[in-house]
Write a protein that binds this ligand. Sequence first.
Ligand code: SF4
Length: 557
Amino acid sequence: MTTTVTPPARTLRPPRKARSNGQWALDGRKPLNDNEAFKQDGDPLAVRDRIMRIYGPGGYESIAPDDLNGRFRWWGLYTQRKQGIDGGRTAQLDASELSDRYFMQRVRLDGGSLSREQLRVLGSVSNDFARGTADITDRQNIQLHWVEIDNVPELWRRLESVGLTTVEGCGDTPRGFLVSPVAGIAKDEVIDPTPLARAIKDTYLGDPELANLPRKFKTAITGSPSLDILHEINDVSFVGVNHPELGPGYDLWVAGALSTAPRLGQRLGAFVTPEDVLDVWYGVIRIFRDYGYRRLRNKARLKFLMAEWGPEKFRQVLQDDYLGRALPDGPAPEEPSGDSDHIGVHEQKDGRFWVGAKPPVGRLSGDVLLGLADLAERVGSNRARTTPLQNLLLLDVPAEKVDDAVAGLRELGLDPDPGAFTRSTLACTGLEFCKFAIVETKKLAARVSAELDARLADTDLERRITLTINGCPNSCARIQIADIGLKGQIITVDGEQMPGFQVHLGGGLASDGRAEAGLGRTVRGLKVPASGLVDYVERLVRRYLDQRLPEESFAQW
Ligand code: SF4
């Protein structure tokens, strides 16, 4: 590749030490900014009661500003972007000018698990309260849009009647966990992470002691050798490994995160037995609560504390002060095997099958969810799962029903055998609903990936090239860990302003088949207009195919 590149990420520096950084364990709890003040001024989770008693019956105008712009997030509610404001004005307007009276409602689905009954309820609330919207997020959640506060109490009542919740869907909390979408069913699983995920959820979800963290806290757990939960970019990750003496357990990773100062997680070298794992999760999250920086929100994620401490000190503090015992050393995960996107038909360990399909750019609808519930019933399945790559799996299909399941998914627009680019393209919410967005993403990604599949059908891509389209620098669709990562911005071409992208190349994780995870590099000076994206990616991929050495991946090229 002949393009000039810059280093992948800025050096991550913790805040200066001369003044208080708002670390509770060292500096006390005096709030250092408005956010910290409102979090301490009453339990943020208590806003639920006001939504049920006051704001639902009273409507939008009855909502107190601190609740609207702050505490609502603790129950998965964000105001969505006002329609008709173009991306060029995002930076010029404040949040209240960008906010609509409608909400995005995030429904947390730890591990993406959905029963048939839950599919039906989600489909019905989508149609009744969210204009039929339902997007799978890259954390296996479902997001509804166009929700009005008047309908939230009834929406929650219906969700909760089938065991679904929105608690801590957003906010400075333990967010929805990524769990291997094939947990408990994959033949090659090292360890089934289902009990761990359930234990954390049952024990700590909605715990007021963990509801005021310095910032969001992301958990990922897998026992799949495909390493399917992006363990390098979560605050805490447990990756299934076999210890030579102690048997199956987990390798512990801490403090990964992307956003505007990306940092890959660190291996602590510690082996965590199934018996220890709940305590270790609780220890890591409390270290973050107690020592995380609270002065500045953009320096609050756990990665900044790790930059100061390093993995050795982190492990020592965890063992000495939070566990009261040493953890044994353990092996690193083996080189990944199998496709981490779980698309297609696969036999489960019990002899039944899962069928993985791709909703284009993760977009479902109320009708598709209802259709999926009907299909599940017809083919004898009672379970579906969403994935961190915004795919959808139908589980437990008997052999004789697999063809029906495949045909039924296709009829619903969920492709079990998508083209290479449709399969590997991710897009964030973007300008359609997100207040931070600068450019449109979802529709663009659907069009670009379909066109690339058509134009590059003559090529021989043994390994898929990942493409992610992000509406702003926040990297919700992971700019820095894609082969081609696109960061939305307004660009100027021939004196004219238009939506476009800064390009990052060569990022990827172990699950993409790389020896080691690496962050992509910005292509200096290159800005691609949205209207020229298909041409640019096609040219780039053809050049790679022409110039690559045998076995050379896109990231190595
Ligand atoms: Fe919104 Fe930016 Fe995240 Fe996209 S990357 S969802 S535009 S915050």
